[in-house]
Design a binder for this molecule. Structure first.
Ligand code: NAG
Ligand code: NAG
Length: 383
């Protein structure tokens, strides 16, 4: 009898262990999958969020964070500081200095700069007094916030030459950045590069402008993206519209034909870059159309502003999570700019989008060029 009991106990124990392991595994998979149903916010590591917001609040104490709903959050992400071809701290310093001259006088802003802990002192040294401004916080980028989506797989699945950090930036901007900014109490976010420069006074309060006109999204540059970096995105959108029964506001105008049958990536072999011959052969065998499809109009990620209430509205947020979950935003470098372009074309009426009119320049190699252009009497259209 006692032997029988011992056996039963052992069997029960084994069963419990197996169930526990399975549960642990499921938990592990869903955590790294980073996808939650019903349009709920993506799970962001709570410890990271707490640490970053506390640190930001400490640094911005003299500004006070209670009024953040009326302040614009500007977020910079600087990961590769030590580039031989340009002085990134100097560029960032120029970007913030020009914001101070041209944006802050009419739009109250809080600036959040994220960089690796090991690079903080280097960055602070390069920023000088700009790093100590009362509305500027320099924050450590936590490793937990820098994890590729599970479906991104390994490097042999990634297309084109972009670095892992560059792809990761896109996912970070889609996942962690808006969570952080919302937690800080802001309603609007301006996503900026360290080499984005506002050259002349903006002359109005962007938060008030967006509130009064009902703008949800604004951008400076609208361009077509190369075929290879948007590959598969329109096909995913077709799935999304079908599965979620969504009629897009403007998207079909960007498609040929102008309806759901125009939501595809045209197989233009010339524009696909260096893909393995076997992959190209497979695509050709699939009989994909060579002309038409989505025309790949995107908003450049170096100057984009959006409403966080809109971003976290269920259908919008769900689309973002779907893009991240497929790994496509990483493997093909849709990055945040391809995904945000689709948000714009699916969810917004033309009058809810604002094309910024201020003088602006992106991607200068020398900080001095930015100061010179800002000081010059008139400015050519920059990119
Ligand atoms: C975080 O990542 C950096 C860069 O990849 C690495 O050098 C560092 O050791 C990591 N820190 C921890 C605590 O894992
Ligand atoms: C794509 O479609 C939009 C909307 O019709 C149009 O404004 C834009 O010029 C088109 N772009 C290209 C590259 O065809």
């Amino acid at each position: 009898m006692s032997e029988y009991l011992a056996l039963t106990a052992r069997a029960f124990f084994t069963l419990t262990v197996v169930v526990a392991l399975c549960l642990a595994d499921i938990q592990h998979v869903s955590a790294s999958w980073d996808f939650v149903g019903a349009g709920e916010p993506a799970p962001v590591p709570e410890a990271w969020l707490r640490e970053a917001t506390q640190s930001a609040r400490r640094q911005l104490r003299s500004v006070g964070t209670e009024g953040n709903s009326r302040r614009l959050a500007i977020v910079y992400l600087v990961t590769d500081l030590q580039r031989v071809d340009r002085d990134r701290p100097a560029l960032l310093r120029a970007s913030i200095t020009l914001n101070k001259e041209n944006l802050f006088p009419t739009t109250p802003c809080s600036v959040y700069i994220f960089t690796w802990k090991q690079q903080m002192s280097l960055l602070l040294g390069g920023l000088g007094d700009v790093g100590r401004m009362s509305n500027v916080a320099v924050l450590p980028l936590a490793n937990e916030s820098w994890v590729a989506p599970a479906m991104a797989g390994t490097a042999e699945l990634w297309h084109e030459h972009h670095t892992a950090d560059y792809r990761q930036m896109g996912d970070w901007r889609l996942g962690f950045m808006p969570e952080f900014v919302r937690r800080m109490g802001h309603r609007y976010l301006l996503q900026f590069d360290d080499d984005s420069f506002i050259l002349k006074p903006v002359g109005l309060n962007l938060v008030q402008l967006f509130d009064s006109k009902g703008y949800r999204l604004g951008a400076k540059k609208i361009r077509p993206d190369p075929l290879i970096v948007t590959w598969g995105l329109p096909e995913l959108v077709r799935y999304y519209l079908t599965a979620h029964k969504v009629v897009p506001k403007q998207l079909f105008e960007f498609c040929e034909p102008n309806n759901i049958h125009g939501l595809y990536s045209a197989l233009d072999a010339e524009s696909l870059g260096t893909i393995p011959a076997a992959d190209l052969a497979a695509l050709q065998e699939l009989g994909l159309k060579e002309l038409g499809g989505w025309n790949r109009t995107i908003l450049h990620g170096n100057c984009i502003m959006y409403s966080l209430d809109w971003w976290f509205s269920p259908k919008v947020h769900r689309f973002v999570q779907l893009c991240r979950a497929t790994g496509g935003s990483f493997t093909y470098r849709w990055n945040e700019q391809g995904v945000i372009a689709m948000l714009w074309q699916i969810f917004l009426k033309p009058e809810q989008f604002h094309a910024f009119e201020f003088d602006y320049k992106h991607r200068l190699v020398k900080a001095q060029d930015a100061y010179d252009m800002a000081a010059a009497p008139s400015v050519a259209e920059g990119n």
